[in-house]
Design a protein around this ligand. Structure first.
Ligand SMILES: Nc1ncnc2c1ncn2[C@@H]1O[C@H](COP(=O)(O)OP(=O)(O)OP(=O)(O)O)[C@@H](O)[C@H]1O
Length: 295
């Protein structure tokens, strides 16, 4: 349904944010994982018709995104990373306005529709409050509501759960997975667990390129039996990094641990772990750095 072909983008300052990106996405949720500056937002903004690429093309259900931006906007729901609001307008008034712009002409139909959306994101009790008086999480939920207006068939959400408390995050996840039944949903996030839990397909994106694409579970399984954990003192980390492929280091219960990639048991004190997508993600990013170091 969404086809991205040979997409390239270099900003005027010389930063090459997209390097020959190719993707084919079908209905369902697609997760985009990548470190800061990988180019995720650039890709999202380009699909959302907010900026042009230097070359390449994007098609959605027969619509050429660059040539027919107005057509794609009719079927697009977009939640950007930084969602600005008009501070002196109430949530209900703003949604009502956007609904009108999106073509919901009938007044009472629009009222019901907006009320339903406000219920969905748990903002109905605050519908008359000005957006400027919303908390960060409430603002984010409002952003989600506006992205869902008009039953979009292509939904792009850039780090949508940032600032949401655990209850609202769950609520949003349920909402997104419902939407994924009828739409192409692209979820850009730093939260690896969200991709594991929600997405049928995913890609690891770094330095403007797709490093790998696939099903989260299948990708994670490629490392099965090759990730080992060891409890170490923090001061030992540097030595370990010289000898092993350290995927990550973290604290658990106040203790310092490393996860290491190895074809066989790396030695005393290491135990095999039930690896997850996060290990795979770090493995991809790490491998890329190793390849660059070897060149
Ligand atoms: N308007 C711009 N002008 C110049 N460089 C830009 C611009 N926007 C982004 N960049 C650069 O392009 C690269 C990709 O940025 P982008 O925001 O797309 O990454 P990202 O993966 O979304 O990062 P994050 O996870 O931090 O949001 C970065 O090096 C960034 O500094």
């Amino acid at each position: 349904m969404l086809t991205i072909k040979n997409l390239n983008k270099t900003y005027p300052n010389g930063t090459q944010a997209l390097k020959d990106v190719n993707l084919n996405l079908e209905k369902g949720m697609f997760g985009l994982l990548g470190p800061n500056g990988a180019g995720k937002s650039t890709l999202m903004r380009t699909i959302a018709t907010l900026q042009l690429a230097d070359s390449g093309n994007i098609q959605f259900d027969g619509i050429d995104v660059f040539k027919q931006p107005d057509e794609i906007r009719k079927t697009l729901g977009y939640l950007p990373q930084d969602f600005g609001v008009y501070p002196k307008v109430s949530a209900e008034m703003m949604l009502n306005h956007i609904a009108k712009v999106k073509g919901i002409i009938n007044k009472s139909e629009r009222k019901d529709y907006v009320a339903d959306l406000l219920h969905k994101v748990n903002l109905y009790p605050f519908r008359n409050r000005n957006l400027g008086d919303f908390s960060g999480g409430m603002r984010q939920r409002f952003g989600i509501a506006q992205a869902l207006l008009g039953s979009p068939k292509l939904i792009i959400v850039d780090e949508p759960t940032a600032g949401l408390d655990p209850l609202e995050r769950n609520r949003f996840h349920n909402l997104l997975s419902e939407l994924g039944e009828n739409a192409v949903v692209i979820l850009s996030t730093h939260i690896v667990d969200d991709v594991t839990n929600l997405c049928q397909r995913m890609a690891v994106f770094n330095e403007g390129k797709i490093l790998i694409e696939g099903n989260p579970q299948e990708l994670s399984d490629t490392l099965r039996g090759k990730v080992y954990r060891k409890h170490i003192e923090k001061s030992e980390l540097e030595i370990l990094e010289n000898d092993f492929t350290v995927l990550s280091n973290y604290l658990r219960g106040g203790q310092f641990y490393v996860n290491v990639y190895s074809e066989s048991n790396p030695g005393e004190g290491f135990e095999i772990v039930d690896n997850d997508l996060e290990d795979f993600y770090f493995y991809c990013i790490n491998k890329k750095q190793e390849q660059e170091a070897a060149i």
